[in-house]
Design a protein around this ligand. Sequence first.
Ligand code: BGC
Length: 766
Amino acid sequence: MKQYITQDPWKIIEDHFHPEHNKITESLCSIGNGKMGGRGNFEEQYSGDTLQGSYYAGIYYPDKTKVGWWKNGYPEYFAKVLNGCNWIGLNITIGDEVLDLHLAKINSFHRELNMQTGLLKRSCTVILKNNAEVTINSERFCSLDNDELGCINYQMGVKNFTGTIKIESVLDFDISNEDSNYDLKFWEEVQASDEDGIYNQAITKKTKFQLGLAASHTITHNGAIVNRESTTRKEKFISSNFIIDSKNESNIQLHKYVGVCSSFYYDPSELQSKAIAHSKEASKVGYETLLERHTARWNEKWNESDIEILGDVGAQQGIRFNIFHLNQTYTGQDERLNIGPKGFTGEKYGGSTYWDTEAYCIPFYLSTADQQVSKNLLKYRHNHLRKAIENAEKLGFEKGAALYPMVTINGEECHNEWEITFEEIHRNGAIAFAIYNYIRYTGDTEYLKTHGLDVLFAIARFWAQRVNYSNAKNKYVMLGVTGPNEYENNVNNNWYTNYIASWCLQYCIAAIKDVENEFPESISEIFARNNFTKNETTHWKDVIQNMYYPTDESLGIFLQQDNFLDKDQTVVSELDPKHLPLNQNWSWDRILRSVYIKQADVLQGLYFFEDHFDIDTIKRNFEYYEPRTVHESSLSPCVHVILANLLEKDEKAYEMYLRTSRLDLDDYNNDTEDGLHITSMAGTWMSIVQGFGGMRVKNDHIYFNPRLPKNWENLSFKIKFRSSLLTIKISQSEIELTNDSKQGITILIADQSINLYAHETKVHTI
Ligand code: BGC
């Protein structure tokens, strides 16, 4: 753990420079707006440890898969989110010395990300080798008001220096990914121009995405306007160069406005005019007004999604940090986009879509954004149905069975470890569960008719073919799988997978009935377009009734998989801490043989299907699995918060809450430098609202059963539920419910139901 970030309710603050943690701070200070984003790099050059990263939604490269031992069915490529044009760069030379914070002597330094306004700031004073004293005050944002615009306000004071200061403001596509094979570069030049400011356009190899960026500048030196001196053109690179004659003391003020347009949204021939229009318009409007507009949009976002915790600043900073990054990663307007586990903060995981979206992110967007946002996330998978069917066909499945990819950017599988690609099939279950969750939350059963059933049929068909009947057990079994706990591979009868498979079959049958009842006129067309006849459900029902679930009667628990109890049962607390995290200290085979669980697995099932089990069953399983869990997936602690709270295990719930909410802020897993864990941030939200708030949906009503950590005075959050907007305030003894909408609503609190008229507030003792 590293705790060098100052605790503050709204800001991420690094109050003096920690070069040894620079890549971590860069990740933490990433900014974005759903279409573009990048790490909290310095604008000027930096020769120390850094990952210069700028990322653009939807733009990827299918990098040739490199594996030693090829297996039939492996994907040809691993999709990489591309590190793209560096638009923030300001290369500064003072005399003949490059301004580089790695080489300069740093007298003072402060970097902060204001999460309330989405503004990244830095101020520092440094002394160069030529004795010049340079003070930098920089600010930057990716506009939420115009998501094709980035703005920089850079002020530089130079003392003790007489001579030439050169500022080279760049648009640089000569960039490669940190993780590219053989240092390959993925961008090729299309055109650059210096007619209106500067413009640079490049195209990706293979995928042929094009990106065009235009920058315009306003610069003053001691109040007088500075005009551009020259431009530099190199391959894939253009810069506007400004020369300043400094006589002992200079104050330089630079605004850089960058328009960013991609062929994801425009015809390539339009990119130049559109990007230039953005940058010119921005320089006309001016920095302050643009910042006000951007801040106003953040205000709106916070009005819908803020969570306030009184009495615990670390917890408060944690949850806002998570909400902030979720909101700037995915805005939900485009059903072709999804949420990569690292968002715009790094390259690991390729920027692709995982089951994280369905299992973790959808609940956050359901409660905090317009219904269309979650619907777009569901439609993303519906749009990929054909490819999921082809993927299953490659593996020998037939008749419309679909296996959705574990990792994808365009519907094709692009993960290439057999134990995950072929075996971590539980992801299909989460995709079905998300449809159920969406309909349970929104009441939008129409979605089943238009899209949902198509996906459910294909998933049900997959499970019906994936099981086999074991004569030895007289049950259906599922062999050779990897459950959510990736520290076990190729196991038989993973309880979670067997359970969710059977549930998918049941839910599909129930969904058919719902559509038959509500939309009788549509059902035959839905059957026909899916080539479905009801005879198929005979086998499904047999599987449902005869599925095998590994259990241990004496312990009263579900077994994560067959023979789980053969393992050495030393619990995590008895391990010497020097072994943790296991994935950085142990060989893979040692991990696989051990009892240690990477992330919630049986407990994930108990979380999804809480209503199917009595509280004692949940308790026994929690008490068995939790001490064996190392939480080396960021997705793990949030599930433990929710279950611990349900079981009134307050200390555990709070410990796990800090772990999920401050995972990146405190670098719990020693990997924040690679980028942030964006998808698990939605889990942090779940751990507050579903954990401490005890929110559920029961019988078409919103339900709360709150239980706050002892040190919290107050917790408040807003949620959208169907057509209502609610503010919930919870103290140690009361829950205050405010209905901010125009119609009444009935809310369930533990075993009572409370009616609230429009705009009414009621307080209930807990
Ligand atoms: C987890 C997976 C998850 C992936 C992306 C892995 O470490 O084990 O469950 O989907 O990260 O977040």
